[in-house]
Design a protein around this ligand. Sequence first.
Ligand SMILES: *Cc1c(COP(=O)(O)O)cnc(C)c1O
Length: 424
Amino acid sequence: MKLETKCVQAGYAPGNGEPRMVPIIQSTTFKYDSSEDMGKLFDLEASGYFYTRLQNPTNDYVAEKIAALEGGSAAMLTSSGQAASFYSIFNIAGAGDHVVASSALYGGTYNLFHVTMRRMGIEFTFVDPDCTEEELEGAFRDNTKAVFGETIANPSLVVLDIERFAKAAHAHGVPLIIDNTFATPVNCRPIEWGANIVTHSTTKYMDGHDATVGGCIVDSGHFDWMKHKDKFPGLTTPDESYHGITYAEKFGMGGAYITKATAQLMRDLGAIPSPMNAFLLNLGLESLAVRMKRHCENAEKVAAFLESHEKTVWVNYPGLPGNKYYERAKKYMPDGSCGVISFGVKGGRKAAEEFMKHLKVAMIATHVADAHTCILHPASSTHRQMSDEELKECGVGPDLVRLSVGIENAEDILEDLDQALSAI
Ligand SMILES: *Cc1c(COP(=O)(O)O)cnc(C)c1O
């Protein structure tokens, strides 16, 4: 199946006379005829369902669709993108371990790594995604267990050189984990460029309708854990909490990572989505390919318009010719990047505040990457306690406006931006 077909048809495949739509199995538990039957499931001797905290059929159908879209061997849904980022690393790293991460990250991910996971004893070294070979090489330690980055970083829109980071990770015997939220598998499939694990905040384009918070982790099935046995004891030595199963032996390269994440992390930490939310996510996925095309077409028009507007100072969009990442974006995302743009309003904080007051189509919201055009002026909302100097230091200048271009008619979006800019 081609990608557009997978968006609609991958995952759930109804049999004769069964519902056409993914059924919502809204049940915490599952019934068995004998204790032996259920015992086999507990021992991971047979696959099946017994309790929704571990696995649920609706969730699994939708995870299977995302695995197919990314070209992975297995996937699991999580209750949020944050849970996906956390599990993706915690599944292979613990206290005393170390991770190399790109410094161009979503703020929530940076906080998770830099504050919360550090408190758990995992150290992170953040590297500039465009650092020298020497700096990248120097970031690795003997106890490094993974490398993490975002295809298109939220909100800086830095495009990661995935091949380069994959090469560095593999040279040190560790997997590359890529957060592919902004590009989605419609525009980029990191596994094809060497990534081993892909994560998503499905809250964004995948759901696409502002309806559900969720996340997903996809395993490529390409990382040979046994080849680096000493680095990943959680996968390559017996798990006493599962009767001495060694995941990498029993489930192989294609199944070990996701089975461990399910059997241990979901069992113990429990960040599962509700089957209802998985159903809604699946509705979004069905139109993902069509929507991404429209998001990119609209954003390209809006970026070009903003660049030529006399009331703007700068425009940052990887799909805009002349952008620092234009060539790299063309390589990794030949069909388009994403719908998110940032730009500077002439006149700084005051002018940007005034501009925001006049918008009618673009809605003020902290959200990005869904059907509705959303807009945010951090200096007067999320970052309002900070001075102009402090804002500049964290890369969010007082004039910066973040615009997430939706799938409305582009002319309405352009007209709205034009009248609001003219009103300054
Ligand atoms: C939003 C976002 C997250 C966090 O996802 P939630 O679903 O909000 O928990 C992680 N990574 C990126 C790139 C995001 O945009």
